[in-house]
Design a protein around this ligand. Structure first.
Ligand code: RAT
Ligand code: ZN
Length: 420
């Protein structure tokens, strides 16, 4: 590898390393083909993504109500998004632009705006081959799914014999446990139905049963981590059931399994319920909940992302204080170019490469294509600037060092954290 002797060759090397880096996508909602209809892919799933459904209702005529929309077949819903958000709305938002990026990188021309032709192209793909193609094209070594034992439609796919559920190696599992933390009585009902004696009043027997439930699921899933999305009101250690469940059930199970607890904090569910998933909002959370957990459980590991822009600086500073905290991703409403850039710049300045730059949160397979393409564009901007500054000040990074650093930001640091 030639020495990088001038700023221009250094910048080319940064671009090359970003283009060629492997990616570990640490949080997605993808499913394998063996999970049937849960696996979403193709143009109609892309267009009916809940981020775009929310955008449709910002611009659609009042006569289109959510009730009418949900009663329509998916292709009609997709037609409406195409018409109002793309053709008439200009496709300028991050997520609309993401569909265009995706089509472009698949070699489909969005220029003629020919939805029928795009559908025809997709109709010729098979789920398995397309899954492999998308992962290879995006250079994802593996993606972590979200596997929720509280959702019957998911449970049935795991409660079959393992030979009937071939999950590709490049899809890893995460044991999702929101329900247990945010709705303990609801979780107890479900646990009781499955033969676990957990009671809404809590207590040591109930918590032991809840631990047994999670450990039983861990045997099936072999999760990379335990995961929960939490509201901005989540606090620790004060409060009612949620901190007790975290303290007595979730953290002990994570420690027993030797896996991190991933917390995504700041979502306000059902701000506008008729929009379904598109109706969730955000709120500023109390970062001290994370601080207290990291301090009280030095033997546990926490992966954290937060939804409110206002929480990002405090969380990043916390990332410097606790070696058992891994900061990651620009989540959902932070997954916009301007905010990703601001967050990435700040995190590199404060954390070096000891964080994970992004997760895709893809619900639809194809979304990994644009989410990572967009993340890479921003990484390039930020890192070219950082390396150029270093170079001009006399530091001489080699191309393999640059490749190492970039891999760390795109999943290497996450793997190091898992192995810690
Ligand atoms: O980004 C999303 O699609 C959200 O609906 C949520 O799924 C969120 O990412 C979560 O995991 O709770
Ligand atoms: Zn998610």
């Amino acid at each position: 590898m030639p020495d990088l002797t001038d700023a221009a060759s250094l910048q080319q090397a940064v671009r090359r390393c970003i283009a060629q880096t492997n990616i570990t996508d640490i949080h997605t909602h993808l499913f394998p083909p063996s999970h049937g209809g849960l696996m979403l892919w193709g143009i109609d799933d892309l267009l009916t993504y809940h981020y775009l459904v929310a955008e449709l209702f910002m611009v659609a005529p009042r006569s289109l109500t959510p009730e009418k929309f949900w009663a329509m077949p998916k292709t009609t819903q997709a037609d409406l998004v195409w018409k109002h958000v793309f053709i008439e709305g200009g496709a300028l938002s991050e997520v609309a632009g993401g569909v265009v990026t995706t089509l472009n990188l698949l070699g489909l021309d969005a220029g003629p705006r020919d939805l029928a032709a795009i559908r025809k192209w997709y109709a010729a793909q098979s789920a398995n081959a397309y899954l492999t193609r998308v992962f290879e094209q995006t250079r994802i070594d593996y993606a972590v799914m979200t596997n929720d034992p509280f959702k019957a439609e998911e449970v049935k796919h795991w409660k079959t014999s393992s030979s009937l559920r071939p999950v590709p190696e490049f899809l890893k599992t995460a044991l999702r446990i929101d329900t247990m933390i945010v709705d303990w009585p609801g979780a107890c009902r479900l646990l009781q139905a499955q033969g676990y004696d957990a009671q809404p009043a809590g207590g040591s027997v109930s918590f032991a049963e809840a631990r047994r439930f999670l450990l039983d699921w861990a045997k099936i899933l072999k999760p990379t981590y335990l995961a929960a999305s939490l509201p901005p009101t989540f606090i620790y250690p004060e409060g009612t059931t949620a901190p007790q469940v975290v303290q007595n059930v979730v953290v002990p199970v994570a420690m027993e399994l030797g896996v991190p607890l991933a917390m995504m904090i700041g979502v306000r569910r059902g701000v506008n319920p008729p929009l379904r998933d598109g109706g969730d909002g955000l709120g500023v959370a109390d970062v001290r909940a994370v601080e207290n957990l990291c301090r009280d459980f030095p033997g546990a590991k926490f992966i954290v992302t937060m939804l409110a822009r206002a929480n990002q600086h405090e969380l990043t500073v916390l990332g410097r204080k606790f070696r058992n905290l891994h900061v990651e991703g620009c989540w959902w409403f932070c997954n916009n170019a301007s905010i990703i850039e601001e967050m990435t710049r700040m995190r590199v300045e404060l954390l070096g490469t000891a964080f994970t730059l992004q997760h895709s949160d893809a619900r639809v397979l194809d979304q990994v294509i644009y989410k990572w393409a967009h993340a890479k564009r921003i990484a390039e901007k930020v890192l070219v600037e950082r390396y150029t500054k270093l170079f001009n000040d006399g530091w001489r990074p080699t191309e393999s060092e640059i490749a190492r650093d970039i891999r760390n930001l795109f999943g290497g640091s996450f793997k190091t954290f898992l192995a810690k």
